[in-house]
Design a protein around this ligand. Structure first.
Ligand SMILES: Nc1ncnc2c1ncn2[C@@H]1O[C@H](COP(=O)(O)OP(=O)(O)OP(=O)(O)O)[C@@H](O)[C@H]1O
Ligand SMILES: [Mg+2]
Ligand SMILES: [Zn+2]
Length: 240
């Protein structure tokens, strides 16, 4: 039987506790605990289970390991030489640091070399994305845009598309309907991330997740997801 339970999470690192704590034993920060309701005993994930049969190791091809270069030197470098298909990459950083901009720049470089890209935004409208893209350069080749925050819709869009690279901007705006809690809670961002991980692996598509670092408010930070993804990139500002 499904039943509701109250738990407390550190919104910085995701440390879970049955009671509120002033200082987090995980990351030692103060006043980071937020209360969330989780449903226990319910089926944890309603992702349609696709039956995956075992594969003979002799038939596994390693050609899939080849990396897609973004042609943005520094980005390729931190990605270890380019984008790995089927990988889940977390892009974190303060609000306004330039996360959406650099990812859109990356998308432009990719479509220019005929890599199919899907850009999902829960933060901006289609016209806002197009305006931003216009400031980066002219998109000569097509790129698919989706403005949505429902993970069921996003899952089916990814499955139906031929996209090799998907950008999710941002994780804090996305929701899995069955998880009762609000967008941006630790429970919600973790469930969304685990869905995205399955999608990345099953469809062999590279997924970039944008995560805001927030000092205030109840929004779960990207550090709560670090252990769930394949790689983590943080953007930090430099003041001149
Ligand atoms: N490399 C850069 N150099 C100068 N300005 C930049 C650079 N990257 C982004 N900007 C500008 O900084 C502002 C914020 O960028 P952007 O929206 O990409 O940040 P963000 O991290 O996605 O922010 P948010 O958290 O609000 O989504 C924009 O006005 C953008 O034009
Ligand atoms: Mg943004
Ligand atoms: Zn913590």
């Amino acid at each position: 039987m499904a039943k509701e339970k109250q738990v407390f999470f550190c919104k910085e690192c995701g440390y879970e506790s049955a009671k509120w704590l002033g200082q987090c034993p995980g990351c030692r920060q103060w006043n980071t605990f937020v209360e969330e309701k989780i449903t226990v005993g319910a089926k944890s994930s309603s992702v349609k289970k696709t039956l995956v049969a075992p594969t003979s190791i002799l038939k596994v091809t390693t050609a899939d390991e080849s990396r897609i270069k973004t042609d943005i030197g520094e980005l390729d470098r931190v990605l270890g030489g380019g984008i790995v298909k089927g990988s889940l990459v977390l892009v974190g950083g303060d609000p306004g640091i330039g996360k959406s901009t650099i990812l859109l720049q990356m998308c432009k470089k990719l479509v220019d070399k005929d890599v199919e890209v899907l850009y999902v935004s829960g933060e901006e409208s289609l016209s806002q994305i197009k305006m931003r893209a216009g400031r980066i350069g002219t998109f000569d080749k097509d790129m698919m845009l989706l403005c949505d925050n429902d993970m069921d819709n996003i899952s089916s869009a990814i499955q139906k598309s031929n996209a090799e690279v998907v950008v999710i901007d941002s994780i804090q705006t996305m929701v899995v309907d069955e998880v009762g809690s609000a967008p941006g809670t630790v429970t919600q961002v973790r469930e969304v991330t685990s869905r995205l991980m399955q999608l990345a692996k099953q469809n062999n598509v590279a997924i970039f997740i944008v995560g805001h670092v927030t000092k205030e408010g109840t929004v779960a930070g990207p550090r709560t997801l670090e252990h769930m993804v394949d790689s983590v990139l943080y953007f930090e500002g430099q003041w001149f």
